[in-house]
Design a protein around this ligand. Structure first.
Ligand SMILES: *Cc1c(COP(=O)(O)O)cnc(C)c1O
Length: 393
């Protein structure tokens, strides 16, 4: 029976769903970016950005996707012909290596197996061996669901006198980044994942040591020059050196206001619960998680496609038949895994609904699945935690 009221659910790790308040503000009339009407919002959004980064740094904002923020880190930190170390464990980590090569670094690339974490001891060895002065790595490796131990990696980098730049594009606002507590030199992110905003803003939270290091080697960059943007943003009121993405800033400000209102710790707790419920559902369905079962891996859950099921069909049936968009595997994981995201504007019933459709889909595709087993496991997690809708103020 065709059901015209099957609703659409976006369950991918970027773009992620927008809260209605965030989409609505995008429909406001355009404002001049030097008028107080915008400058006040710009200043507030920049201030609020420090919350998820857990930093006192100026968070530099660019009109770009997350990869643009990554490129800014490479453009500012890589010196042609000098060694740089990339420690990767998936598709997004590899992007650091491609960027370093594009900017002429002498690239040293430690590739941990996909589905495993980057090993801090191996990073130490590679730093000693290469003499690299910058380490590029990933907090949440979205292609596999793995969340790395950035505290240990920062310690390793600093023990060798190297700076560390961390890709937190999918992690920021879902799992703790603790930039200042850990002492991470550079954290980059994007607007369209756990920050519940549309795609199009890239962020780099840059500590003083990294800013100084970048300034020692100027040139080969313009729009992405950290010094130029830092200088503008540090004015009172802040002044972007280029036209900021005005509409996206309005949206970001509303979304960050929601994070502030919910409270960062509660935001993390919600993601912990969503991650746990998803993993419990997977186990109850006797499916296999891809990668280690990790209570910190609360950004995206990667699930091995069971034997006998054509992997690429799973996201396709989920979307075309049930209206639920999840992601498949990338590169070497194509057809082998599916990924359910829970970073951003997600609540308990998004997971329950998605698991219900996954059960139906896998069963249709020939897997031996007990309908309701995964749903029940997720329900149990939510019931035990006492989830409930927030009481309207
Ligand atoms: C999404 C993502 C990126 C890339 O972001 P774009 O906005 O698509 O450029 C980089 N790293 C990680 C870990 C991501 O999840």
């Amino acid at each position: 029976m065709a059901d015209p009221y099957i609703k659409d659910y976006l369950m991918t790790a970027g773009p992620t769903p927008l809260p209605p308040r965030v989409s609505q503000v995008m429909a406001e009339p355009m404002v001049y970016h030097r008028a107080p009407a915008f400058v006040d919002i710009y200043a507030r959004a920049l201030e609020r950005l420090r919350i998820p980064f857990q930093t006192a740094n100026d968070v530099l904002a660019f009109a770009s996707s997350g990869s643009g923020a990554m490129e800014s880190a490479v453009a500012n930190l890589v010196r042609p012909g000098e060694p740089a170390l990339v420690a990767s464990c998936g598709k997004f980590g590899e992007r650091w290596a491609e960027l370093c090569e594009a900017y002429g670094a002498e690239l040293h690339h430690y590739e941990a197996e996909w589905g495993t974490k980057v090993d801090p001891a191996e990073v130490e060895r590679r730093l000693a061996e290469s003499g690299a002065t910058v380490l590029f790595t990933t907090l949440s490796e979205t292609s596999t669901g793995v969340v790395n131990d950035v505290a240990a990696l920062t310690e390793a980098a600093h023990a060798h006198g190297a700076l560390i730049a961390v890709d937190a594009v999918s992690a920021l606002g879902a799992v703790p980044v603790r930039q200042d507590e850990i002492g991470v030199d550079v954290v980059v992110a994007g607007s369209q994942k756990a920050l519940m905003s549309p795609p199009g803003l890239g962020f780099a939270s840059v500590g003083e040591a990294a800013l100084a290091y970048a300034e020692e080697s100027p040139g080969r960059r313009y729009y992405f020059d950290w010094g130029r943007t830092a200088k503008g943003q540090r004015k009172d009121p802040p002044d972007s050196p280029f036209t900021p993405a005005v509409g996206l800033f309005l949206a970001l400000d509303v979304a960050l206001g929601m994070i502030e209102e919910e409270g960062l710790e509660q935001v993390f707790e919600r993601h912990r619960l969503l991650g746990r419920a998803t993993r419990e559902a997977v186990k109850a369905l006797e499916l296999e998680l891809f990668g280690p079962e990790d209570e910190n891996a609360n950004v995206v859950t990667a699930i091995k496609v069971p034997d006998g099921v054509e992997g690429a069909r799973v996201p396709k049936v989920m979307r075309d038949k049930y209206g639920i968009t999840i992601a498949g595997g990338q590169s070497s994981l194509k057809g082998k895994i599916v990924r359910i995201a829970h970073c951003g504007y997600f609540g308990a019933f998004d997971i329950v609904t998605t698991i219900a459709a996954l059960e139906m889909t896998l069963r249709e595709l020939g897997a031996d699945i007990e309908l309701g087993a995964g749903v029940a496991a997720a329900q149990r997690v939510f019931l035990e935690a006492g989830v409930a809708a927030a009481t309207p103020a």
